[in-house]
Design a protein around this ligand. Structure first.
Ligand code: AHG
Ligand code: MN
Ligand code: MN
Ligand code: MN
Length: 336
């Protein structure tokens, strides 16, 4: 079962579907294949290092992405690949990318009815050392594609039709949900096809792993500190949880989805809204977690119910195994 056949089967489930989502997803898959190949030869093809950096002698001007982070060459290349793939699909009318300050509105001849919010390359700090990185995307339907505005994009994650990520690691794995469960596909480089390898992924109700950047501990609020403390020194006699933190959200979330446990990027005094971006990191991963039987919580509410005010807004996030997230909700004293 290839991803193409899977998506076509899904499409045949909704009679009124005209194949637009299938065509859109096939262009996203093409983008993932291209980036996978670029990531695999990044070290050889001088794609390592910062964008804008020419060589040691020349100015070390580095390009900055929409939120002032340093852009890597692969960030820029991946962004160009996905913008081109999404626009040329003829199925999108507005795009939101981590690497573009403003939303991209597609010109009339190529306009379609979907909005795609994406992080073309997630985990950029891990590019230069070859640790897993990825692409994250979320797909919405836009009411009127010929009069689309930013308001249409600033909607709660509950309106998402589909979401997924592609992880460029020891193998290239694409995890996708179109609202009917979660499935994982692994790229067979000899075929150039994503093959269904993880059908109907369900996250364990509780896990033995917690995943957080402990380096931020001094800035955490009390409930977060208490939760992490309980992971390390459980009071109920259960064994301590293991800490696993890769620093690429895609890799940390993928491991959480398959093994169970909790991933958290909490707010802290330094970053009161946390670090992760709502539209193209928090929402897609929250959608997948819920579709796999887990949950996602911002510290105040169900993550998917949050309504962003600006396209690069951030939110704290606690996501993963249902019961593990319940523990943090109890500590924060919110019964939602
Ligand atoms: P990006 O590379 O797209 O900017 O995202 C990086 C994010 C995410 O991948 C990861 O979970 C987080 O940054 C790690 O942040 P810290 O290094 O602060 O832990
Ligand atoms: Mn970034
Ligand atoms: Mn990211
Ligand atoms: Mn990124």
């Amino acid at each position: 079962m290839t991803i193409t056949r899977y998506v076509l089967n899904e499409q045949s489930r909704n009679p009124e579907a005209r194949g637009d989502l299938t065509i859109l997803l096939s262009h996203i898959v093409l983008g993932c294949k291209f980036v996978a190949s670029a990531v695999n030869k990044a070290g050889l093809a001088k794609l390592i290092g910062l964008a804008g950096e020419t060589n040691v002698q020349a100015s070390n001007r580095t390009a900055l992405c929409s939120t002032g982070e340093e852009q890597k060459k692969l960030d820029v290349l991946s962004n160009e690949v996905f913008v081109k793939a999404l626009v040329s699909s003829g199925r999108t009318c507005v795009l939101v990318s981590e690497e573009n300050e403003e939303a991209i509105f597609v010109d009339a001849p190529l306009r379609g009815k979907y909005c795609v919010c994406f992080d073309p390359l997630d985990g950029s700090s891990n590019i230069d050392c070859g640790v897993s990185i990825g692409t994250i995307f979320g797909i919405y339907m836009i009411k009127d594609k010929d009069s689309v505005t930013l308001e249409d994009v600033l909607q709660p994650g509950t309106n998402m039709l589909a979401a997924g990520y592609c992880m460029y690691g020891s193998s290239c794995t694409l995890v996708l949900s179109t609202g009917n469960g979660v499935n994982g596909f692994t790229l067979d480089p000899s075929l150039g096809e994503f093959i269904l390898t993880h059908p109907n992924i369900k996250i364990p109700n509780r896990g033995k792993i917690y995943s957080v950047n402990e380096g931020n501990a001094k800035n955490w609020d009390a409930p977060t500190a208490k939760f992490v403390e309980k992971c390390k020194y459980p009071q109920d006699g259960s064994p301590p949880k293991s800490l696993r933190y890769i620093g690429s959200m895609v890799a940390d979330v993928h491991r959480t989805l398959l093994y169970g446990g909790i991933f958290l990027y909490p707010a802290d005094q330094k970053s009161p809204n946390g670090k992760l971006r709502i539209l193209y990191e928090v929402f897609p991963m929250s959608f997948l977690m819920e579709q796999a039987g887990g949950q996602a919580f911002t510290g105040k509410q169900r993550a998917l119910e949050f309504v962003p005010r600006k396209i690069h807004d951030r939110s704290p996030i606690f996501l993963g195994s249902y019961d593990d997230v319940e523990d943090i909700k109890a500590l924060i004293g919110v019964h939602i």
